[in-house]
Design a protein around this ligand. Sequence first.
Ligand code: C2E
Ligand code: SIN
Ligand code: SIN
Ligand code: FE
Ligand code: FE
Length: 374
Amino acid sequence: MTAHIDKLDALNQHLSLHDKIISIHKTLSERYPFIVRIAIAIYDPKTGLLKTFIHSSDEHALEHYQAHLDEVPSLKAIIDKGLPRVINNFLTFEHSDSEHTQRIGRQGYLASYTLPIFNNGDFFGFLFFNSNEKNVFSETILQQIDIYGHLIALMVINESNIIQTLSAAVKTTGNITHIRDPETGSHLDRMSRYSRLIAIKLADQYQLSDDFIEHLFMFAPLHDIGKIGIPDEVLLKPGKLNHNEKQIMQSHSVKGRKIIDDLLKNFELEHIEYSCMLRNIIEYHHESIDGNGYPNGIKGEQIPIESRIVAVADVFDALTSVRPYKKAWSNGKAFDLLAELAGQTLDANCVNALLASKDEIDQIQQQFKENFYG
Ligand code: C2E
Ligand code: SIN
Ligand code: SIN
Ligand code: FE
Ligand code: FE
C-alpha cells in the first residue's frame, strides 16, 4: 500500500466557502505558484451589476467593487462568445480607458484566466485566476485549471441554490397560508439594495467582507417572514393599530425567528454559513439603539450590525412606500426623520451611510417602482 494524502481534504470539513476556496488555491499554487489569486464575481440579473464576492488573496484592493456588465465590454464578450478568456500579458491593457480595467491593471497582475460560470445555462458570474507572471496559461495548464474552476463554480452555485431554496420555501409558506404581506415584490427589491448600499459604505469601518455584504443582500428580504403568522385583520388594517393589535403585530420578530429555525432545521441547513446572520436579521430588525425596541430591548452594539443595517433600510422603505395604514412620504421628509432617529432608535453610522447615497437611492427607486402588487 502506498500512502496518499488527499490535498483537498479541507473540502470534507465544515468550512466556509471562503476557507474552502483558500484551500483549493493553496493546493493549486503548489503546482502553479504563479497563480496568486482566485476571485469570484457574481451577477445580479435584475440590475445587470457584476459584484465582487469572494477571493483567496490578502489583496483587498479589488473588494467592494461593482460594475455594470454592459460597461465592461471585455467581460461581456466572454459571455457573448461563451468562451473563457486567456490574457497572457496584461500590458496590453495599459492603455484602456475603462475604470474597471485600470483597477485590475493597477494590481500588477501580468496574466489572467477568466471562466464564465453558468447555473443550468443561466449566467451566474465569473471566476478569475490571476498570475504574477506573464505567458503562463498554456493549453496544458488551462486543462488542469479548468477542473479546479468547475469545482469552485459548483461550490459557489451550491451555496446560492441553498439560499434560493430557502427563500422559495418562505414565499410558498406565505402563499399557502393566504396571508398577503404588503411588503412584497418591489419593496423587497429596494430594501435589500438599500441594505447593501449601507453595508458597502460601512465596509472599511466594520470590516465587512464582500461575502458578508452579498449574504446580507440575499437575506434582507426575509426580515419580515414572521408576518406570515399575523392575521389579516391586523396586518392589513387600513388604520392605526390599537394597543392589543400592536402587540400582536410586534410578535412578528419572534414568530419569524421560530419559522426560520424550523425551516433551517427541516431543510437541514442549520450549519450553513451566515445562518446566524439570517436569524439576527429576522429577530432583531426592530431593536432600537436606545434599548426601547422589541422583542428583547437590547441596545447599541448589542444589536448585531446586520440587524442595525436592515433596520435603517426597512424604515426608509416603509416611510417612502404606501402601506395599508399610511401614504408614501417624499424622500426628503423620510431623510429628515431618519436624521432625527439617528442615535436614538436607529444606528447613526447606518443612517449616515444611507443619507450619503442619495443618487444610488434614486436609481433603485427608478428601477424598482411601486406596482399594483406592491
Ligand atoms: P412596516 O410597515 O414594514 O414598517 C417598518 C417600520 O418602519 C415600523 O416598525 C416603523 O419603525 C417604521 N415606520 C413605518 N411607517 C412609519 C411612520 O409613518 N412613521 C414612523 N415614525 N415610522 C414608521 P414598527 O412600528 O415596529 O411596525 C412594524 C410593522 O407593524 C410595520 O411594518 C407594519 O406592518 C405594522 N404596523 C405598524 N404600525 C401600523 C399601523 O398603524 N397600522 C397597521 N395596519 N400596521 C402597522
Ligand atoms: C476577505 O475579506 O479576506 C475576503 C472576503 C471577500 O472579499 O469576499
Ligand atoms: C477581477 O479580478 O476581480 C476582475 C478581473 C478582470 O476583469 O479581468
Ligand atoms: Fe418587521
Ligand atoms: Fe419591514
